[in-house]
Design a protein around this ligand. Sequence first.
Ligand code: GLN
Length: 546
Amino acid sequence: MKYIFVTGGVVSSLGKGLAAASLGTLLEYRGLRVILQKFDPYLNVDPGTMSPFQHGEVYVLDDGAETDLDLGHYERFTDCVLSRLNNLTSGQVYEAVIKKERKGDYLGKTVQVIPHVTDEIKERIHAVAKASDVDVIITEIGGTTGDIEGLPFLEALRQFAHDVGHKNVAFIHVTLIPFIKAAGELKTKPTQQSVARLREIGIQPQIIICRSERPVEDDIREKISMFCNVERDAVIEFQDVKDSIYEAPLKLYEQRLDQIVCERLSLTTPEPDLTEWKAFVNRVIYPSQSVRIAVVGKYIELQDAYKSIYESLTHAGAANDCRVLLQKIDAEFIEENGPDSSLSGIDGVLIPGGFGDRGTEGKIAAAQYAREHGVPYLGLCLGMQIATIEFARNVCGLERANSTEFSKGTPHPVICLLEEQKGVKDMGATMRLGTWETHLKPGSKAAELYGQTQISERHRHRYEFNQNYRQQMEEAGLLISGNSPDGNLAEIIEVPNHPFFVAVQFHPEFHSKPMSPHPLFSGFVAAALQYRHTHQPHPQPQPEPV
Ligand code: GLN
């Protein structure tokens, strides 16, 4: 077993996760079996209780773990299927240590950061090694070198390298090489100091990945090599990718990152054949058509809040030879200005997941607009609950129908708390989480898109479609095309006689990959394209590509 540790220097948000995932891609194309893991030094047990403003998207795994969004990169860039073992936080480490202490497991010893906290961290790497049949484990350490809270993790890695033998371990440091405009130069000093901090702890990185806006020329490379004690060709340039994050593995391959890693770890493999990946990247960057998809949400100004959804749209766009132009619309803007102002000229409406009542009336107006104007609609989790409320109000005539999450006293609680949620008091890890099976109605749009009638998808919710309204809604024309195996939970609703109106209680965005785009997203983008062709021409706006 070989171990790769990825640390970060100078600043956060350097794309360490992307670099780790891209290395995973390259090693897999070399025929190696790889798994990735993330250590997060914060004290939350998991990010499930954090606001998207703090943390971006919460990525949900098959086993229901609520994890860091970097795990989304890992699953999209490689074949690995992750579990709760693959994201460790300081909160989990301390929780485990304190539990053991209370049980008396430490046999009267003074419990300390070294060795008890560091042992707990090391144990997690061994646990992943044991649970997965792989050749290489890539572990990314969140935060920045020099942060106080990261120290126990780095000390644990130092010890780990000693335990398993240094020849089986590669340390990669991802760092920023800033460009100082006034001097017209890239500066290496912050990187030198960051590596010095690592060396103080006893870690000498063998590879330095340089994030920069400009090319890292030979003199800069030489400086970093000289003052950070790494081989010259192990100073890897990793410039901002221009058009798509999926270019990242190709850029790192050009710099021979995978080759250098394999040499360091004595892994003998053939060169990777990246033809398939390159073809995908070409489909992303050079499509022949485009569609405009409105994402109507609450966190649209945040780059990372709907990460997996944007990635799924990219995959679906590539599959349909089109660029998805995102129109990110604040639901409260629609509340104030009506749907016409922002939705006319849109080819598809997507309502993502969410919590709390802010902006819900705007989302309901957007769903009504899509249903009445025949605009393709994809609702995800909250997006299904919104579609249900809209249908209840405007088709079934159930005035003030609502979810009890948004209105406790609604006369028509068409969305209500799941039975198992009624006694729940704690907020952490208590939703209906993870993969659950859904049975699809033959002949429905969902069954047609999936090409089967039994599917499994990841969930994260507390509220559900109220079964007391099932018959009334069905009689009014709503098709409940997906149900839990016992038939007690509605998982998918559709509006028949509409080009594409599909809303799901789960999160398909966590199962979409570049080479296997999710069928619901592909179907949605195909329907949006169809809509665009039949409603031509419309002027192209300047929204950013996904
Ligand atoms: N707030 C809703 C619920 O808890 C929807 C959750 C979501 O969109 N993830 O059921």
